[in-house]
Design a protein around this ligand. Structure first.
Ligand code: LLP
Length: 415
């Protein structure tokens, strides 16, 4: 569990208001170090795509995965460049549009191919372009069915049945095949990640083609509750290193081993801070209403994800909750006009509770472990502006994204 200094959070929100996202650079650096044994750590920036976070990653030697033209532009803005053949940006998707094709060609960005359609489109305009094949090994696993990206129900990747034909097409076109990539899902566990590792060896043999790298994909878990076990990164690396060696023996030369985490690097490094605006009890629940909604933090509404919530008391606040029943347990909800706007709910939408210490109107609530898929999944639903982001580094904090305002939203519509 992350520990942020409450004084820093109070200082930030007194100056810039709530809600606000706050990240800790030291935690991100610590997580990067856990994976240092891999030849390449490639950050799945969809987890947290602020350019200042990307710049931090680049300074730490971490490469980057992009899944849209926007994410390519973000990588370039953060100083990533493939001009020196570094392959520091890779584009991964199941479809590619004209704008993105132009971008990947212009910046020499390898494309991780998730469909045959994509392969044809690239090859037609750039027949020697560097590519990866993203393989769906026939099974997948994630923290939710919505984040499981393998098996017959998944739209992602090249299936094992289509693999021989994909390889044949790559060779016919003369595309430059870098390697094989496998991402079975997000928020997976050690058992399933190990299965993917075994599958990789078989897939490489089945593909029967020369490659210079393999990617384990992402999906590494992060702890959200006291009971969650942290990933044993040494065992995880050793497992993949053995698979790599087996593949090297098969190919007769060395290859690179990549890992592509999003959540693992940033989840525990971020909090969302909101202010309590209202306390209200129904016959079922003691509700705390805060000024952040699922337009800010979607994960509880989307997956029933648990984020530990804590209170920071503000000395001047007096108005206390008058809970009807169990005085300690609260349901925490936002301001949106939709009943699913509740941060304490399970995957089927049943409202749950968290134990909070004497919350009062005007106090701050801290939502923990939201550094991954927090700000990056925010929207403008209910015409609510995006919240600002801050980065704490070396004892100081700085604004890394301003708060949006209503004029920003309206400006797009003055056509
Ligand atoms: N590589 C690929 C090709 C991916 O699609 C993803 C995640 C990753 C890497 C990184 O996965 P990670 O290491 O973060 O588990 N919104 C969901 C997560 C969706 C992830 C989608 N793809 C959530 O909030 O849990």
């Amino acid at each position: 569990m992350t520990i942020f200094n409450p004084n820093t959070l109070v200082e930030i929100t007194q100056q810039f208001g709530t809600p606000a996202w706050v990240y800790d650079a030291a935690i991100i650096r610590h997580q990067i170090r856990q994976l240092r044994d891999f030849d390449v750590i490639r950050f799945a920036q969809k987890a947290c795509s602020n350019t200042h976070i990307l710049r931090l990653m680049r300074e730490e030697g971490v490469m980057v995965d992009a899944v849209s033209a926007g994410e390519i532009e973000r990588s370039l803005a953060a100083g990533y460049s493939n001009s020196d053949n570094s392959e520091s940006i890779v584009f991964t998707a199941d479809l590619i549009d004209r704008e993105t094709i132009e971008l990947v060609i212009q910046h020499d960005i390898p494309v991780n191919i998730g469909s045959m359609d994509m392969l044809h489109r690239i090859a037609e305009v750039a027949p020697h372009h560097p590519v990866w094949i993203r393989v769906n090994p026939g099974f997948g696993h994630g923290h939710s069915e919505k984040t499981n990206t393998g098996g017959p129900n998944s739209k992602h990747g090249i299936s094992l049945e289509d693999l021989p034909q994909t390889v044949a097409l790559i060779q016919q076109y003369g595309l430059d095949l870098i390697g094989i990539h496998m991402h079975i899902g997000s928020g997976s566990d050690f058992v399933h990640l190990s299965q993917a590792c075994q599958a990789m060896v078989e897939v490489v043999k089945l593909a029967n083609v020369d490659i210079r790298a393999i990617s384990t994909g992402g999906g590494l878990p992060a702890p959200y509750t006291e009971n969650d076990v942290e990933l044993d990164t040494n065992s995880f690396f050793r497992l993949w290193d053995e698979a790599r060696k087996e593949i090297e023996n098969h190919l007769g030369h060395v290859i690179k081993l990549e890992v592509e985490p999003g959540r693992f690097l940033v989840a525990n490094a971020g909090v969302l801070v909101a202010e309590i605006h209202c306390l209200k009890s129904t016959q079922q629940h003691n509700f705390i209403l805060v000024d952040a909604g699922f337009n800010d933090l979607l994960r509880p509404s989307m997956y029933g994800s648990y984020h530990k919530i804590e209170v920071i008391h503000q000395a001047t606040n007096q108005r206390q909750a008058s809970p009807l029943f169990d005085p300690l347990e609260y349901a925490v909800a936002g301001p949106l006009c939709e009943s699913g706007d509740v941060f304490t709910q399970d995957a089927s939408g049943v409202i749950c509770h968290q134990i909070l210490n004497n919350p009062r109107v005007g106090d701050l609530l801290v939502f923990n472990d939201v550094g991954a898929y927090g700000a990056s999944m925010s929207s403008n639903y209910n015409s609510r502006p995006l919240a600002p982001e801050f980065l704490i580094d070396g004892g100081h904090h700085r604004l890394i994204r301003k708060r949006q305002n209503i004029s920003d939203l309206l400006a797009l519509e003055s056509v």
